[in-house]
Design a protein around this ligand. Structure first.
Ligand SMILES: Nc1nc2c(ncn2[C@@H]2O[C@H](COP(=O)(O)OP(=O)(O)OP(=O)(O)O)[C@@H](O)[C@H]2O)c(=O)[nH]1
Length: 762
């Protein structure tokens, strides 16, 4: 498949917006499935884990490859629940474009904001799909407004719905003026057959006027965003865009339009009813290509987001969405992936997901950025610094996979046989190729910055990565008997390779195994998977919140390390200052600086050892041993006697850090969550009353049709078991989403009671 015909896209949204239902329709219309899967019946292709089917939610992202017309689409269906944010992050890291699915009756919801921010971070061009247009409360204008105000995006509306609620029957494409009506009278109709023709003067006058107005607005909007299109319009066609001829569009476009017309007649006669004159189509296609190309440029430049609508459940509007994916979202070669230039034509791929298969062992999903991958070949894993052999290469098709002889850049591959590789690892063809890329990267970066880079800096340039969020919850996990401890360790190892947001550690005091996860649901699903997939009935201790620590004062300390190991004497003297650092109050990051003379005096190796000592000092705070944030460290002096090992330098700095942090008035920071509750007005006061008892702080109460949307911040420690309480308070009608907002200082009273509790005093 030629690269420009590939689309690597993700489907992302708030929980329950209809991602899985939309994906199922895409698979069905593309011919990959013969029956329509249904989340409510638990028989979808992409939600294949037992827990996903039982709960009707997506937990793991599933990669599916299918063809639509002359394009290959690699699609990843991502989870909407905030506990599985990492799955979305991993998918976005390797995607070129995304479809954001919205419930058209709710517009932008809390988790939509999160995934949108993630897509923004990776600069991913998006298309919006307003799903559930069949719902009585569906509103195009409300959804568009919320995209503008909440996502701060620029929606470019490309379709007008025909009918609303249960009367929603189809769409008019504002670029082509095609009127698409899904014929099926029954809700069970599969939507493959639909009528498609150009709007005619005899059509409903109200619809004609609405389309004219919306199309006029669209032309103006695109002209504002795209100079090339504006130039075209400013000429003699300013009064009548429909009259713009092929003009600047290359001959290829005209030929393509004619070819498309012929192809649609020949290949899909049973699918489409073409009730229009082919000449009109060609004329339209010529101007439409210019129009479409302009919308494409706007989308790729991320100056606007195309908005389409439909109802996946009722099988309406999914084929035009597939067309929009191929028309507006980028091909792999249209995205600037930094890594590619250092590897040139050598293989470079990123492992973004690992799944354990009982028969085949670990299956690793890779996005290939450059070069070609072949089965039965050795690859070099830069992160693990090791060579591994891949036995088979597969195209991912949910839980079934097709074997292939080779796969080139731009594709998503599934490999069998890689036993060491974990999520986030960079895979290249050999150690030599990694070294060559590092040399190129070093040269490039030095030219840009005008000075030499350390080894660490230059090797990090040739690594792709996936950011793993820090877990907010943890609990102990115990096997039923000690004889099962080894099995449990194996299960946890496998699960950790699949899911880097799961962290496992051993409590230094009790020796217990500790599970750290992203939320209650995350831990619950892991517990369930250990039971079902590894046959171990484990016992979980009470769920606890992962706090952080910071300091309130600046302190300068010195430390001397003088140790003799064997024949060698190691001597290090250090002085440093720790201070509160406000810029990192919301993040996990910290800051390390060196006084000028120190910087000039120490070697790059000693500097790396000092950095690593400071970082290890940040790992355990002085109050409760939680990680430290919001602290800057300035290294004032470092004296290292000849013959001293670098490990001793790190150890001395780390001890100095601990001493300084202990004297700097520690403060516990607690995770505070952004809470969004959608609740009927009649239950609002009980939900508010309950929130007040949870130290909640209400930020806003908005109206959404008949419901109220309550926005609040609440300490995570107060939110255990909230779903059950909310269900009771609202007779099961309210929904909520919870997302980490920031780490905030605990008030002195709450902090004292936490410290007492941890010390076993209360
Ligand atoms: N009325 C209506 N309901 C829909 C539509 N699409 C999906 N649904 C329903 O909405 C619910 C959620 O659908 P899913 O496809 O599982 O949504 P999702 O976004 O994949 O959900 P998660 O994976 O859990 O985040 C199911 O009950 C679907 O039947 C639609 O177009 N109209």
């Amino acid at each position: 498949m030629l690269t420009f015909r590939i689309r690597n896209i993700g489907i992302m949204a708030h929980i329950d917006a209809g991602k899985t239902t939309t994906t199922e329709r895409m698979l069905y219309y593309s011919g990959y499935t013969r029956a329509l899967g249904d989340v409510d019946d638990g028989d979808t292709v992409t939600d294949y884990m037992a827990q996903e089917r039982e709960r009707g939610i997506t937990i793991q992202s599933a990669a599916v490859t299918f063809d639509w017309k002359e394009y290959r689409i690699n699609l990843i269906d991502t989870p909407g629940h905030v506990d599985f944010t990492l799955e979305v992050e991993r998918a976005l890291r390797v995607l070129d474009g995304a479809v954001a699915v919205f419930d058209a009756s709710a517009g932008v919801e809390a988790q939509t904001l999160t995934v949108w921010r993630q897509a923004d971070k990776h600069k991913i061009p998006c298309v919006c799909f307003l799903n559930k247009m069949d719902k009585p409360g569906a509103s195009l204008s409300y959804s568009l407004e919320s995209i503008k105000t909440k996502l701060k995006a620029n929606p470019v509306l490309l379709q007008i719905p025909i009918g609303s609620g249960k009367g929603f029957i189809g769409l008019v494409d504002l670029i082509t003026k095609q009127r698409m009506v899904w014929q099926g009278k029954s809700w069970a109709d599969d939507g493959r057959l639909f009528e498609s023709r150009v709007l005619e003067p005899t059509d409903d006058p109200e619809l004609l006027e609405e389309v004219d107005q919306a199309r006029g607005g669209l032309i103006e909007q695109v002209a504002d965003l795209d100079d090339e299109f504006a130039e075209l319009l400013l000429g003699k066609y300013s009064d009548n865009f429909d009259a713009v001829p092929a003009g600047k569009v290359s001959l290829n476009c005209t030929i393509l339009a004619e070819w498309l017309c012929a192809l649609q007649h020949v290949v899909f006669p049973s699918i489409f009813f073409f009730l229009f004159n082919p000449k009109t189509l060609i004329g339209n296609a010529r101007s439409c290509f210019q129009f479409q190309e302009a919308v494409r440029r706007v989308t790729l430049a991320r100056k606007g987001v195309p908005v389409l609508c439909g109802s996946s459940l009722k099988n309406k509007g999914v084929q035009p969405l597939l067309d929009a994916i191929t028309a507006y979202l980028p091909a792999p070669n249209e995205r600037n992936h930094d890594l590619v230039r250092w590897y040139k034509d050598d293989l470079c791929a990123l492992a973004f997901k690992v799944v354990h298969d009982k028969q085949r062992g670990p299956l690793v999903f890779l996005r290939i950025y450059s070069g070609t991958m072949k089965p039965q070949s050795a690859i070099y894993n830069i992160n693990r610094n090791g060579t591994e052999r891949m036995s088979r290469l597969l195209l991912p098709f949910a839980d079934q996979h097709v074997e292939i002889p080779s796969l080139s850049a731009g594709n998503i591959a599934l490999t069998v046989g890689l036993k060491q590789t974990v999520t986030g690892d960079t895979i290249v063809s050999s150690k030599a190729s990694a070294a060559a890329a590092a040399r190129r990267a070093q040269k490039g970066a030095e030219e840009k910055r005008g000075s030499a880079l350390s080894n660490r800096e230059s090797s990090s340039l040739v690594l792709a990565g996936v950011e793993v969020p820090d877990p907010v919850f943890f609990c102990s996990i115990e096997p039923p008997t000690m004889s099962k401890q080894a099995d449990l360790e194996h299960a946890l190892n496998c699960l950790q390779r699949e899911d880097p947001s799961l962290k496992v550690r051993t409590d230094p005091d009790s020796g217990q195994t500790i599970l750290c996860g992203m939320g209650e649901l995350h831990i619950e699903i892991l517990h369930d998977r250990i039971k079902r997939e590894y046959n171990i009935e484990t016992h979980l201790g009470p769920l606890q919140v992962a706090y952080r620590e910071t300091i309130l004062q600046s302190v300068t300390t010195t430390e001397t390390l003088d140790r003799t190991l064997g024949e060698k004497r190691h001597i290090v003297n250090a002085e440093l200052t720790v201070s509160p650092w406000s810029e990192s109050a919301t993040g996990t990051s910290y800051y390390i600086a060196y006084e000028e003379e120190v910087e000039a005096q120490i070697s790059a190796e000693v500097r790396e050892a000092v950095d690593s000592g400071v970082q290890s000092g940040y790992l355990q705070g002085p109050l409760l041993g939680y990680p430290v944030q919001g602290v800057s460290t300035v290294i004032r002096s470092v004296h290292v006697e000849p013959g001293t090992s670098l490990a001793m330098v790190s150890a001395c700095i780390s001890r100095c850090m601990l001493k300084a942090l202990q004297q700097a008035s520690g403060q516990v920071l607690e995770p505070v969550m952004a809470l969004e509750v959608t609740v009927g007005e009649e239950y609002l006061s009980s939900v508010l009353g309950d929130l007040a008892q949870r130290r909640g702080c209400v930020r806003d109460i908005q109206s959404r049709h008949d419901n109220k949307v309550l926005l609040a911040t609440v300490p995570l420690a107060e939110m255990m078991g909230y779903s059950t309480v909310l269900r009771t308070l609202s007779s099961g009608t309210a929904t909520f989403s919870l997302e980490l907002a920031s780490y905030e200082p605990m008030n002195p009273q709450a902090q004292t009671s936490l410290l007492n509790k941890m010390a076993g005093l209360s």
